[in-house]
Every structure is written in C-alpha cells, then in structure tokens.
Design a protein around this ligand. Sequence first.
Ligand SMILES: *[C@@H]1O[C@H](CO)[C@@H](O)[C@H](O)[C@H]1NC(C)=O
Length: 245
Amino acid sequence: MASRLLLTYFFAITPTLVVSQQCELQFDGRVPSNFAAATFNSENGIFDPNNVFGQGFRRAELIIASNDGTDASTTGVKTLHFSVMKDANRPLNLTHEYQLVFLESNDFSTNQFVLKTGTILGANTVDPDTLQLFGNVDANPAQTLFSAPFAEDVFHNFAVTLDFDTLTTQVFYSQGADPLIAQTEALANDVSGQGQFHFGVLKKGLDGGDDIVKDGEQEPGIDEGVIFGGIFEEDSFAGCISLSA
Ligand SMILES: *[C@@H]1O[C@H](CO)[C@@H](O)[C@H](O)[C@H]1NC(C)=O
C-alpha cells in the first residue's frame, strides 16, 4: 500500500457558530459545503493548490491562497482560528513528532509558533498524546505556550492572537461547541519575519542525523490523518476577537 497522509477538511461546522463573527476577516479558509475534495487540487481562491506535498519526508499541508509570505496576515494584530480533531480511522503514530499548524517565517529560518503532537524530538515528552503549542522554535528550548490532551471524537478549537508590532502571542482554546477561553495573557514571543501559515500533517523521522525532517527513519505503508475545520484569520485591531467556537 502506498503511504498516505490525509488531511480531511471538515465541512459541517455548524453555521450558527460563526454568525457572531464581527471582526474584519483577513482570510477565510472555511470551505463552502459544495466544495468537492478534488477542488483542493485546482485554483479555488481559498487554498493554494500547489502547497505543500512531502518530498523526502512525510508532509501534506494546506496554505491559504492569499498568504504569500509578505501579505497582511502577518502584520498588525491578527487572530488565527483553527480546529483539529483526531481521525479515528487514521491514527497518528505517537512515537513520532508531528507538526499540525505552524507559521514559517518568510526566510524559512524559523517557526514563530507551532502546534505539535506526538513525541517531540529533543525534548522530554511526558504524554505524547497531547497537543502542544510552542512559541518561536529559535528560542532554546522553545517556550510552551499551551498544551491540552488530544482527546478523541471532539474538535479542539484554537485562536491565537499574534501581535506583529509588540511581538506577543495569546492563546484561546475550547473543545466542541464551547466558546473559546483565554488560556494565557499576551506572552512575549518573537513573531517577526512574516511568512506562511501551514495546516496539515508534517511527520518527522526518527534518528535523523543533521536534517531530522529529511533524513530520519519513516515507516512505509502508513495511512495517517488529521481532521481540520474552522480555519480563518481575523483582524484583532483594537482587541477584536470572536470567541464562538
Ligand atoms: C510507529 O513508529 C515506529 C517508529 O517508526 C515503528 O517502529 C512502529 O512500528 C510504528 N507503530 C505502528 C503501530 O505503526
């Protein structure tokens, strides 16, 4: 069987949950219900059809079409929303480290924040079945901004307020249809460098030598995936943020 990393986009986020949206949107990755899976492969105005597929390592990601690395999604004060759920039919192998959501700087030198799960390389992971949101990975070690058990059968909703002027990050979180609740204050975190937001599954190899993502050991014949929903970014100028899930 060919190895497969699948990223399922969840269409049926209850529409009433987004009605209270009031802040101006920077981008909207919530695909319409008539959006066929194949549409992700052609110009669709929502996600870039050309990014990102794995080469040398296991990677399947979505990038917002308008997010070219120097656009306004990484200026001012913006709040990124996304929800993730386990795909019960395609479990991840928690012996490995996975990156699910991250901002990669425009010069590709760092990730200003990154949501990970599994066994984090070079760290002591107490429970790999955890969603861990780290700050800029250039800090050594990277700051853990927030973590929560990666419970099954429920969406984990995140909102991450990124202040690109004062260089802070604030985390909001909830499960299911619950409203988002602030989990942190605005924490000092270097979010400079603009870049692109990645949503998907990046599976790191084991025992990888210098370039862990490209050289590491990977199992053949995998069928793994994660379910995403509710991807959008709003302008949090003057503190605007929508807290409905
Ligand atoms: C998980 O990954 C490890 C390391 O690649 C591998 O040895 C093991 O067989 C995998 N487990 C499953 C259930 O695929």
